[in-house]
Every structure is written in C-alpha cells, then in structure tokens.
Ligand binder design. Sequence first.
Ligand code: ADP
Length: 485
Amino acid sequence: MNSNRKLKVLLVASEMTPFVKTGGLADVVGSLPVALNSLGGIDVRTIIPKYKYISDEEYDITELNHPIKFTIDNYEHEFRLKVKEMSGGWLSYFIDSGIFSDRDGIYGHNDDAWRFGFFSRSVIEMAKAINFKPDIIHCNDWHTGLIPAYLKTIYQDEPFFQDTKTIFTIHNLGYQGVFSKDLLPYLGLSWDEFKQEKLEFWDRISFIKGGLSYADFITTVSKKYSAEIQTPRYGENLHNLLRSRSDVLYGITNGLDYEEWNPATDIYIHRNYDSSNIEDKIHNKIQLQKENILPVSEEIPLLGVVSRLSPQKGLDIIADSIYELMSRNIQFILLGTGDEYYQDLFRRFGGEFRNSVSINLKFDLVMAKQIYAGSDIFLMPSRYEPCGLGQLISMRYGTIPVVRNTGGLSDTVQDYNSVTGSGTGFKFEHETSDGLLWAIGKALEVYSNKDKWKKLIKNAMNAKHSWKKSAGEYMELYRKITEDK
Ligand code: ADP
C-alpha cells in the first residue's frame, strides 16, 4: 500500500461508548478510534446498530442517503444509514432498522441471530453504498462474526472488496452466538459453510466461528488470554481451532481512556485528587460510607466490587469468603447486575450484615466511579478475564486491585513486592476462597502500614495503561496486514 495514503479502517461492534454500553467492549470501541486518530495516517470509522436508546437529537445524528436495500433468499431487506461526526473529525455510523430501534434491550431477543446477521450484512452493504472501500474491517465479538464469513463467501467475487482484509477481535470467548442450523439459509449462507472447520459447532451454527474461521487475522485483548484460549481450560471448546490459527492470533492489551477515567477531573466523585495529593482520596471513602449507610471510618478497610454478576467474575469465590471477611473489621460494597442467583445471594449478605455490607443491584455509571474512588481495595477474582477494565480503572483511582492471576488481570496488575515496595496490586492463583482470602490478607497487612500503603497507591496511580500504546500496536498490525497484500 502507498504509505502516503490514509489507511481505511471500519471498526464494527454491537456497542460503543458514549452511545450504548453493557460492558468493557463498549469502552474499547469508543476509545480505540480516538487513540488511533490521534496517531494520524488513518481514516477510522465506527459502526453499531441504532438501538432505541440512541437519540438522534441528543447526539446530533443525521440520516445519510436513501434507504439501502439488499436481498437474501429472494427477499428484499432495507435499512437506513445514519451518521455522527465525532469530535476529532472521524465518523460514527449507525445501522437503523426496526429490529433494533423498536425494541427494548440490546441482547437476549429470540431473533438475535437474525438481528446480528442482518447487521453484519448491512455493514458490508453500507460500505459499498457510500463507496468507503476499507483496507480493514475490524470486527468485534460474535455479533459481527458473520462479516468475515460473508466476505469470504457471497462477496468473494466482488471487485469492491478485493483488497479488504478482516480482523476479528475476541473480547470474550465465553459468548459465542450459537443458534439453530436451520437459520443458515435465512442468513444467506449456503450449506457448504456448515462444516466443522467453518461455522458448524455441535450441530448448530456459531457466529463467533465466523470470525475465528474466516477472518484474516484474529486478536484478543491481552497476551496472556491469547495463550490461555489455546488450551482446553480456557478455550471454550474452540481451543483446537484457535491453536490451528495461532500464526495469525495476536494479543493486544486494552488501554483505558485516561480522560474519561481521571480522579483529578472526574465530576462525579466527591473530591478530586491525583497521585500528588492522595490524602484527598479519603473524602471519597467517607462520602461513600455515608451514602451507603456504613459506619464512617477512615481506618476500616473498604473493599469494592463493580461487576457484571456472572459466573466468569468469580463472585462465588467472594461469596464463599464473606463470613470470614465479616469476622474481621471490614466493609464491603458491591455494584452489579446480572444473574438472579448472585443477586439473591448478595442481597442476603446485605440483609445479614447491614452494618458492614452495601449491595447495589443496578447499572449505575456514577456510582461505579464513586466506588472506584472511595474504596481502598478492589476485588476482581475472575475465573477468566480476557482483559478487564475494572482493575485498570481502580488502579487509576488509587484503589488497590486484588485479582486472580489470569488473562488481562495477570498482564496489567504487577504483584506487590514487600521487599522493594514495587507493584500495583495483589494476585492469587487458586480459584478458591482460600486463595482470595490469602491475597486480601496480604493487602491488609500493607494497608496497616500507612507509608507503605501510600506508596502502593502511588505506584498504582502512576501505572501506564493509556490507549496510546495499545493503539500503536493495532496500527502496527493494520500496517502489517495491508503490506502483506
Ligand atoms: P466485562 O466487559 O467483562 O463486563 P470489564 O472489566 O472489561 O468487564 O468492563 C466492565 C465495565 O463495565 C467497566 O467499565 C465497569 O466499571 C462497568 N460496569 C460493570 N458493572 C457495572 C454496573 N453495575 N454499573 C456501572 N458500571 C458497571
């Protein structure tokens, strides 16, 4: 490729900040283009479905073109294409159709296969309709998995996409988009694709295999996770496929948006602070205790959790540790939504330990920030963790992470060394309450020494996890892929 020409990248996902977020995927898709754009030499554009919650008026989103039409199985379908120019000048597109805009909720509809299949087709059609010929279509998670499959099948002879390469990024291998094989014709794919080395998965079709089997390159969001998913323990029954593609599988660790997550300027926290005046962090703890009707105390260690309540996050390990923790003088605050099972479990703990446990079963971006700022210790005992943002945010806010030594947690948290005082948190190996309690015990030992704890907070706050480095690695990969042409 002519090195003076701007690289054209279309970044596709099902969610993206600031428009719609259920988890870390949205943060990544919102932050990566900003960081890429600031590196220069790239025309990066994003595209997501236009859900009911994304208001044209609020975000100044406008409609482009006439409705765009395409045909599957002799049926004509259409969608509207909308766009917003983001600050920084890059373009964010939206596929607008009733299957997204007339529904509550983002995922979990019984026609999700059709919704995200339709979305994937629409993304390809939209590129043609606006004559944006991407060098790379960068797909993210199962919702976009059929894009590489479509490009390598029904669009393979289209001159328009002859030079287009695909990257598929795994943000979480645990979510695969597996549906009945009977849907294959409705998605416009032939039975030739129903093979084990293609889309077939235990006699069903797997959208994530669209990404893993057909994409030119695969990435995941940390180096350690990229190795882990090639093993049976973490491979979710896809480790053999991933191992067979290890020559094109890369790990690029996520960064954190350092403007969005900044205790020095955050308008949602009670008192701003940075690593040169960490004494002010304590006002956030006091306020958090007051608002959550916990006894106000500077000394009692406050342990925080902000998490989806799913088995992945190791909440059962926390639950198994609660009685032991409560026998010590400790406070615990949790913010999360998800599985009923965990909601009930933690609600019960909240009732049982009213004086030291605060359970908040909701999705609340403001409260999340207040917990990151106000807690002393942040717990993230995940059974697996592709990258994880919670630990990056907590370090940024000087709240010391206690994490299981897996995936991105392993790559981003540096274990505390009691001899040198280096490190940014505490890691443990075993997926048991003994493992977690052992690491919390080590953290509390340091906590009891004010000087050492202060130094640890400084280390965590000064750790560098901004997007700049990660965006540079993506850029390098984009260049490598386009030069390979
Ligand atoms: P995952 O994407 O697996 O859920 P991450 O740690 O990568 O986990 O990202 C989670 C993101 O979602 C973080 O920004 C976290 O603060 C946020 N989050 C999780 N649960 C909640 C909640 N209940 N309220 C507000 N933010 C939440």
